[in-house]
Design a protein around this ligand. Sequence first.
Ligand code: PHE
Length: 494
Amino acid sequence: MSDADAIERDVLAAIARDGIADTASASARHGVDHQAVVGVVKRLTAANMVVARAIERSRTTLTAEGERCVDEGSPEARAFACVPEEGIELDAFRTRAGPGAADVGFKQAMQRNWLAMVKGATPRVERRVETIEDDVREALRALRGGETVDAKTLETLTKKRKLAKEERWKEYELTKGAEFALERKVLPADLTKEMMNEGSWRGQAFKAYNLVPGAGAQPASGHVHPLLKVRQAFREIFFSLGFSEMPTNNFVESGFWNFDTLIQPQQHPARDAHDTFFMKTPATMNFAPEDYVERVRKMHETGGNGSIGHQYAWKRAEADKNILRTHTTAVSARMLYDIAQTGFKPARMFSIDRVFRNEAVDRTHLAEFHQVEGVICDKDLTLGDLIGVLYQFFERLGMTQLRFKPAFNPYTEPSMEIFAFHPMLDKWVEVGNSGMFRPEMLEPMGLPEDVNVIAWGLSLERPTMIMYGIDNIRDLFGSKMQITSVKNNPICTI
Ligand code: PHE
């Protein structure tokens, strides 16, 4: 039986016998610290087995210096004793009195007019009274003997002179509680398979859950996830290039903004359930600006302004489907539409946020990841402007050599994959995708004809993995990531 259990039984037996018990005598009986009994009382009161009434206690004890005063006299009395009737030279007094009496004692004795210093070529110390009464010593002796002294003296001795100290604590008087018993039943905390099988859970009392949040231990510091560190570095690069951040706080998008506004045909493979997550509830939404929806429909079906469109019957139902956005270009589309509506002004915008793809997860792919996207909207932009800004951007990431490869995106023409010579990897790697948004996308928005939009995108995970030397994306993001790796990862230096 542990100490605590023995104390517990003893306290319960005492209450049963005498109707009352108290923590001070229990601690004395068991020869344990009072606090150990208080711990036992806490669990008994929590189980409603006893009622505890607190009794405030206090005690004054002497400090080591206080003990010395009782044994040898107060510092001022000792100082006084070092001064003979005819007085003494200050230096001799100091040597004779020694530490304590020579400093604190001398000061106190002068304050009380027991001693005085006579200045001159050789300063002297002289008595001012014939005898003294060492009241400090008497008061301390009284305290040590368990007697009381007046409040003012007590304050001087404890707070000012630190010769004594006051301790306060609570003792408890214990009586029977509603659930009083001679033994505390340890109630099960969990419902087990056996209880279910045997049916014994019926009528079984369980330990009550404490749903009041306790104050947890304060962590010494927080740690920033590597993706957030790299994201911040990217944000600062964009800000340094005069870009403003797009609002990306809607993970759920309609097919309309994610695909249709980008003139991505409705039968495009990216739009089926193998690539895109579709929402079940609510499965659809249909608040897009109707006149714009109509222009988009026309562009898909028959085109306009020199384009023949995709030549198929566009379905509103497909556009209304709720999905988890598959790229942040959905946000760029919303922003460009807003710019067209509020009257065109040149804009440089970026976003860094989460996107979702219904993909098989492997060491380089996750079903959710982050995209970094930059968009510039201005009059008469060319592919040269795009190449120029990509050099500016990647140079700030430490990549000065770039190569471009023609590519295809449903919404950009021309489109380029971006390759960079990576100094850390010492080889050419694909670092992003880019292009000029097609007029078929910009015209239905209502942007002036001479306005072009250049844009590029990359994932946040890939540069982070390269920078932190992580080769499995699951070690970076998701449920398998080790918290310790967040704690230990170094700062991001782009
Ligand atoms: N949206 C593209 C993707 O998901 C990236 C991109 C952005 C391409 C902008 C061209 C222009 O990969």
